[in-house]
Write a protein that binds this ligand. Structure first.
Ligand code: MGD
Ligand code: SF4
Length: 745
């Protein structure tokens, strides 16, 4: 068939992209050799314990400095379960964040000179005084709740403490409604437990790993990539469902090139096969699950023949893969994925994935999902937080299963509207580049224009910083203390971040910024320490260790106390759901008027001349944050547009040709992107790496390189359960002429 040929051609053409016989080879060709060289380089250097902030896997590492206090190398901590001593290419390149000469160097305040808005440099004193006085005024006039925090990463936790002390929990982060939220809702409703990060998947011992739109290997979550590599070496079967031939697909026994937006149909059909062919894990289901009979009746009509018409996956292929999963069960993982905000029915798709795992009995079994455990960090004493009158809950009330702030609702509430009972008047943004992160950019900008006052705390002059009234330069993770990392894993562990070098330029850590603003707001009691080091020392002492010890070891593991990793045979076990059982049928959903079991609904397809805009991670970058990093931009400095040869033929596109994109709402890409003609993408879609296409000229390496997928995402479909923004319902046409001719960018 044509698909078989497709795989063959693609596999031959992959050469440099894919690893040799074993593993995913994402750590570089001669990584063993590199490690020996690295060990030699660092022999005489001073080492400082840290954990990486280039992505949110937070691998523990050692930063090595020479006698001139220069960072020479960052190497993974051998004792760390997140990295097992090996950093990914981005983590190794993290030192580029420190060296980047485009960094924010000193506080900036917006001002008008000769009728033109610009920034002037300011002292910390002046900038912090200004912020405190503005916050005070807004609190007096509207209440503390009207000051909102949008955050991501380590700085967020320091600022969250400041905001709660101030009386506001009007707080949100894109990692929820633009990323993992729906999966937490879907798994929460089914197993009574969030997935969280890292995912508690026992990949190293699995016999079968099913990836549905989750491209481990390009999506570089360190220990997960390592475990997948080991599982492949141990003969595990990989099944990848992806409209694109991803790196993971190239390692898979079965690649199901699904028609985009139809995954729920495939999942329902898999359930149908498992149940109709009596392949599901009967004992497990009888012992732990609720609603099997309803599920059986529900999936009865969803035959592989039915699913074929929707997904374009052949019925034999659906049956064969379902049987493979069953033969491996319970050592099988249908992976929950991570960035799951696709089509608006994402919580239900996640529930389908959860139910499938339930039928296979993988939750709580070796080679499936383990029972994770983490150690809680003692709270440094401070007065009780005041009770806000309203907060993020009220902004997302229409979504009954939302459990965190929804960024897009916060944006909506900021745009003036006569019905709005919860006015938002100021934003503080820390560690998130909302312009390149939130869909519907115009709305974000409308909200920004509506606030009275806006502060951005960042390390780099990103797109978002250009909109601020006050810009505060944070020092990088290599130059500061931060909260203790408590890892949720097979065994609990902690890691510390200690500054390896002094802050460059006039930059400061977020803990210091929070404390300084807090003191100016009369909240000194909440910041009862001189240095964050004191807080960490106090917490570590409570945990039976000390900063001195942690500086030497970096990572400390603790014994499990919550019981074994897996269920014993037939063991009584109470799940965290309302019924204490795995809920195939959800009464909670039914009561709130939602489908109690997942249902497939068709989504719009690209109109004539348009292609679905698909996007994903580059193994060398994290979102938009790393594109300007000198080390990482050396590895990859622009994205390309993956186009199927059929499409290239129709549109007469050549490899490397520059094109522009226009979406269904006439949104144009600011810059051009080069064409990559490849069988690895279906003919109905195009694909690009997310994070590129920066339009801030201050980013000297990243400016104008490639296209931003975000600026082409003007349509979203909202998940009615939890408010996630489905981003993948956008379509683009490909323009070969520059639509911006004569317009200076
Ligand atoms: P970035 O664009 O990398 O990601 O969203 P964001 O976290 O906003 O922006 C991070 C910002 O943090 C940058 O401005 C960077 O300079 C700054 N920064 C880095 N380190 C530090 C630090 O130590 N201190 C401070 N103060 N700032 C720092 C991610 C979000 O985006 C997520 S989690 C997902 S999964 C979604 N992915 C996604 C997608 O794939 N496509 C599209 N179109 N949109 C997406 N949005 C979501
Ligand atoms: Fe850093 Fe890579 Fe680990 Fe992410 S996976 S924390 S970038 S080393």
């Amino acid at each position: 068939t044509s698909r078989r040929k497709f795989i063959k051609i693609s596999a031959l053409g992959l050469g440099g992209v894919v690893a040799s016989a074993s593993a995913l080879n994402v750590f570089g060709k001669n990584s063993y050799l590199n490690e020996i060289v690295a060990q030699n380089i660092v022999k005489n250097l001073k080492k400082t314990a840290t954990y990486c902030e280039v992505c949110f896997w937070k691998c523990a590492a050692w930063a090595f400095t020479n006698e001139n206090n220069e960072i020479k190398k960052i190497i993974g901590n051998d004792d760390d379960p997140h990295c097992n001593g090996r950093l990914c290419p981005r983590g190794t390149g993290g030192v580029g964040m420190y060296h980047d000469e485009d960094r924010l160097k000193t506080p900036l305040i917006r001002t008008t000179i000769n009728g033109e808005e610009t920034y002037r440099e300011a002292s910390w004193e002046e900038a912090l005084d200004l912020i405190a006085s503005k916050f005070k005024n807004i609190k007096e006039k509207y209440g503390a709740e009207s000051v909102a925090l949008l955050k991501h990463g380590s700085p967020g936790s320091h600022l969250e403490h400041l905001f709660k002390a101030f009386g506001s929990d009007t707080i949100a982060e894109p990692a929820y409604a633009q990323c993992r939220g729906p999966r937490e809702t879907g798994f929460g409703l089914t197993f009574g437990s969030w997935i969280g990060s890292p995912e508690p998947t026992d990949i190293r011992d699995t016999k079968c790993l099913v990836l549905i739109g989750s491209h481990i290997g390009e999506n570089m979550h360190n220990s997960q990539v390592q475990e997948m590599s080991d599982a492949i070496d141990n003969g595990a079967t990989i099944i990848t469902v992806d409209p694109r031939f991803s790196t993971a697909a190239s390692k898979s026994k079965h690649w199901l090139a699904i028609k985009p937006a139809t995954d729920i149909a495939l999942l329902l059909s898999w359930m149908h096969v498992l149940i109709e062919e009596d392949l599901y894990n009967k004992k497990y289901v009888d012992t732990y699950a609720l609603g099997f009979d309803e599920l059986k009746a529900h999936v009865k009509p969803f035959t592989p023949e039915w699913a074929y018409g929707i997904t374009t996956i052949k019925p034999e292929e659906i049956r064969k893969t379902a049987r493979t999963m069953a033969a491996s069960a319970p050592s099988v993982i249908v992976h929950p994925g991570r960035h799951v905000t696709w089509y608006g029915d994402d919580s239900q798709r996640s529930r389908a994935i959860a139910i499938l795992n339930g039928l296979l009995g993988s939750w709580g079994n070796r080679g499936g999902f383990y029972f994770k455990e983490k150690i809680s960090i003692p709270k440094y004493p401070h007065p009780k937080y005041p009770e806000p009158k309203w907060g993020w809950h009220d902004l997302g009330k229409q979504y009954p299963f939302s459990e965190m702030g929804i960024t897009s609702e916060l944006v909506k509430a900021t745009i003036p509207n006569k019905d709005n009972k919860h006015p938002i008047k100021a934003w503080l943004i820390a560690g998130t580049n909302l312009i390149n992160t939130l869909p519907q950019r115009e709305k974000t900008i409308e909200a920004i224009n509506a606030v009275d006052f806006m502060v951005v705390i960042d390390t780099m002059p990103m797109e978002i910083t250009g909109y601020a009234d006050v810009v505060l330069p944070e020092c990088t993770y290599l130059e500061r203390y931060d909260g203790i990392r408590s890892a949720t894993n097979r065994t609990p562990s902690i890691a510390v971040r200690v500054p390896a070098v002094k802050p460059k330029y006039n930059s400061k850590p977020a803990w210091w910024i929070s404390k300084e603003i807090g003191e100016r707001l009369g909240l000194g009691d909440y910041f009862n320490y001189n240095d964050f080091e004191d807080v960490i020392e106090w917490q570590l002492n409570k945990m039976g260790t000390s900063l001195e010890e942690m500086k030497k070891i970096g990572v400390k593991k603790f014994e499990r106390t919550s019981g074994p990793l897996f269920l014993e045979d037939g063991q009584d076990y109470e799940f965290g759901t309302l019924s204490g059982k795995i809920e195939f049928y959800s009464h909670q959903l039914a009561e709130k008027g939602f489908d109690p079991m997942p249902v497939y609904t068709p989504h719009p397809e690209p109109p004539q001349g348009f292609y679905r805009l698909n996007y994903g991670r580059s193994p060398m970058h994290t979102f938009s944050r790393t594109i300007n990093n000198p080390n990482l931009s050396d590895l990859k400095d622009e994205n390309t547009l993956w186009v199927n040869p059929k499409v290239a033929r129709i549109l007469d596109l050549k490899k490397g040709q520059e094109v522009w994109l226009k979406n269904q709402d006439d949104k144009l890409s600011t810059f051009s992107i080069k064409v990559r003609v490849t069988e690895r993408i279906r003919w109905d879609s195009v694909y690009m790496y997310h994070g590129f296409g920066h339009n801030n000229k201050k980013l000297t390496r990243a400016f104008g390189k490639g296209v931003s997928d975000t600026e082409l995402i003007s349509k979203v479909v909202i998940d009615p359960l939890m408010g996630g923004t489905g981003l993948r319902g956008n379509f683009v046409s490909i323009l070969t002429e520059n639509p911006h001719k004569n317009i200076e960018l």
